[in-house]
Structures are given as C-alpha cells and as structure tokens.
Design a protein around this ligand. Sequence first.
Ligand SMILES: Nc1ncnc2c1ncn2[C@@H]1O[C@H](COP(=O)(O)OP(=O)(O)OP(=O)(O)O)[C@@H](O)[C@H]1O
Length: 205
Amino acid sequence: MLEVVQLECRRGDRLLFSALDVEVGGGTLLHVRGRNGSGKTTLLRALCGLFTPERGEIRWRGTPIAELGDEYHRDLLYFGHLNGIKGDLTGVENLRVTTTLDGERLDEQVLWAALARIGLQGFEDLPTRMLSQGQKKRVALARLVLSRAPLWVLDEPFTALDTAAVALLETLIAEHVAGGGIVVLTTHQDVPLTSGQVARLDLGS
Ligand SMILES: Nc1ncnc2c1ncn2[C@@H]1O[C@H](COP(=O)(O)OP(=O)(O)OP(=O)(O)O)[C@@H](O)[C@H]1O
C-alpha cells in the first residue's frame, strides 16, 4: 500500500497542491492527470523521495519513505522524463548497468530476451546513440520487462513510442497490475488504461 497523507508541494513561491490524500493498494493503477505545470512530475518525484514536500508524508506499507531509505528504493522502479541510458553503451550493456544497480545479476541471455520482448531484435548490440528516440525509449523500458519491484512510478512513459510499443507497454503495465503490483503514471496521451483497478487523481482542478 502506498499512502500520500496531507501532502503539500511548492515550487518557488507557487503552491502546486496541498492537503493531498491518496491511497493506492496492490493491483491498482493510479493515473495522475492535470494540465501542464499542475505538479504531476513534482508529485511523482516526491513519491520516489527525489523531491521533499513542504508538508505531509508518503508511506510505503505503513512506514514513511524517509525512514525506509534503500529498502524503499529496492521496491521502486522510477521511469522519469530522461531515458537514463548511456549513448556509448549498447542496449544489452545499458540493461546490465540498470539491473546491476537494482541489485540483480542476470544472465546475458535474459537481457537479450528482454530487449527482444521490447521489439529491439537486431539492435541489441549497437551503441544506443545510434538508435532512434523511440528505440532509445524501448531500451529504457526493457527494465520493466525484468523488474521485480512492486511499485512502478512512470512519468509520461508513452511519449515517443509507436503504436506497437504503446500496446506492448500497456501489456507490461497490465501484467504488473494483474500480479498485484502498483503503477502510478502520468500521460497526456489518450491511452486506454484498463488494466486491473484504475484510479484517477486530478491535480490543479
Ligand atoms: N526545478 C524547478 N524550479 C522551480 N520551479 C520548477 C522546477 N521544476 C518545475 N517547476 C515548476 O513547478 C511547476 C510544476 O511542474 P511539474 O513538472 O511538476 O508539472 P507537470 O504537471 O508535470 O507538467 P507537464 O504536464 O508539463 O509535464 C511548473 O510551474 C514548473 O515551472
């Protein structure tokens, strides 16, 4: 269970939101909505412990995330605006780095299979700077194929993806939610998010 309790976030002297209460249980997708600048990314960063709110608390399984530290980060997969991939490394090497940082040692063939699942057959061992924007995004999304983290926080994950990749990502999200995981995401795209239980949070309305 992820809980947001009386959260208040500001940027400079601008109040983005206050007294925000949200509870997200296992098997739920929370779609955070709102106009540009309403604070969606700020909220997602706060959920990951990357932004300190003015007031309130975020709890994971009943404990404030500030007290959990690494224990929380092992349970969390954050997919931010930047792909976080290194252009000089191949897709396989990038995936090796991110999974190792997540504390997993996976066989080479598992990494290749993840890249194949995400539609990158034939591009696995090219430096990722040679890939298109959508292909780079797919390399980053291959982490989701391998992730064991119960909580996924995804900021605009559908941007730059073609129709096939959007469908694939929807499937990965649906599988994660069906397995009892939690997904918190933002998207401005008109993507049918029908996996499991879907909750919606509107900011700035
Ligand atoms: N580093 C920063 N310093 C100061 N203000 C910032 C900073 N980052 C964001 N802001 C401001 O905070 C507000 C909320 O930004 P945020 O990125 O959370 O919005 P958003 O809802 O995700 O927007 P979008 O839909 O455009 O991605 C914006 O007005 C933005 O200008």
